[in-house]
Design a protein around this ligand. Sequence first.
Ligand code: UD1
Ligand code: MG
Length: 435
Amino acid sequence: MLNPLSIVILAAGKGSRMKSPKAKVLHEICGREMLYYSIKAAREITDDVIVVVAHQKDAVISAMQKYFEGLTFITQDAENFPGTGGAMKGVVPKYDDVLVLNGDMPLIERTSIEKFLANPADIVMSVIPLDDPSGYGRVVIENGQVLRIVEEKDASDAEKAINTVNAGVYAFKHHVLQTYIPRLSNANAQGEYYLTDVIEMARADALSIAPLYVTEEEFKGVNSKNDLANAEMIMMDRIRRSWMDTGVIMQLPHTIYIEEGVRFEGECIIENGVRLSGNTLIANSHIKAHSIIEESTVKNSDVGPLAHLRPLCVLEDTHVGNFVEVKKSTLIGVKAGHLSYLGDATIDSGTNIGAGTITCNYDGIKKYQTIIGKNVFVGSDTQLVAPIEIADNVMIAAGTTVTSGKYESDLLILSRISIKKVPGFFSRFFGKGNE
Ligand code: UD1
Ligand code: MG
């Protein structure tokens, strides 16, 4: 159910602690930019989601438009009004209740956001007690009342010792923002307009400010590559658990990597060390240890161990075994058990691909298609030079190089150099005593 609430997500900052040319909110966890996750949680709650952008704004906007329609993007004048308070300047919310989220909190969930709505105070702000509060704004609380937030760079030694920190999520009544955002100043260590200064001003005017204690797991911001890796571990765990809840079997789940875009249907078994990425669908299939599947569909099939499906493969009723690499290919009812490369290929049912078969799909300039019909027996160590089309019911002898062209049904295709036997060669070459 949607709520009469506007959610503003701050995503305009550089994120210099990430030490990256890429905007912080575009760093990925589980295959999607971290900003995607906070927008996703926000969209579950309301239709009015406003994203504030500035740094690399075109990249941020186009990345999010891949996933969501109907977002409102606002550009911060970061040159003249830097900082989280500056980010709020142009924001015009649709509703009276306004929730502000930092865009670097990918782990926040709908149920936690909803707790802010339940409180009638003029400002509800998130606080977390942390063993190590460094890097965060400290919350000065006296007699249970929030007095102000002090950024680390502006804090005295006594304030730095406070371990209750501002998690960076706030619910404001719209009139509070209208009153105080224009009054913010940048007279602080960073020369920025801090949204957090609203608290002290509101306190002076005797507005009600309620601290809401939140969990470190969901509210910890991602500010560094270490934070990014930790956030990914937590998100990955959630993804795995939710799929196991739907009936997927995972062996040693902590070793399995599953991205946000992956889906499962029916009963699937995923063995240890498997990596599933992109827009992948696994249905009623068994993915064996240490296989990698990217952006592909696998139905009623088994893959691996140690197989690699690169993007845009479709496998149905198929067996792909050890050290088989498949790319942009459709295999329906096929067996490819060992050591092969199948690229840009369409292979039909009953066909067996012998060990060491290679589709030679690239001539150094262009890629070409390999089309193989039903019940074709491809002998081991066959090279299929594309473009090539092989009709149904054909046998290809082991070791054959099948050159480009069309091959009709009911053939044996064979290219082999005849065997030469040299009697007595071994003992002459290695000398006596090699019985
Ligand atoms: C902010 C809080 C701090 C809190 C911490 C929690 C302020 C002044 N400080 O600090 O009290 O403990 O979050 O994680 O708010 N952003 C903009 N425009 C800007 C600057 C930042 O949109 O000009 C966005 C960033 O993209 C980011 C979010 O605001 O998503 C927070 O910015 P960040 O630089 O991480 O703030 P912190 O220093 O972590
Ligand atoms: Mg931060």
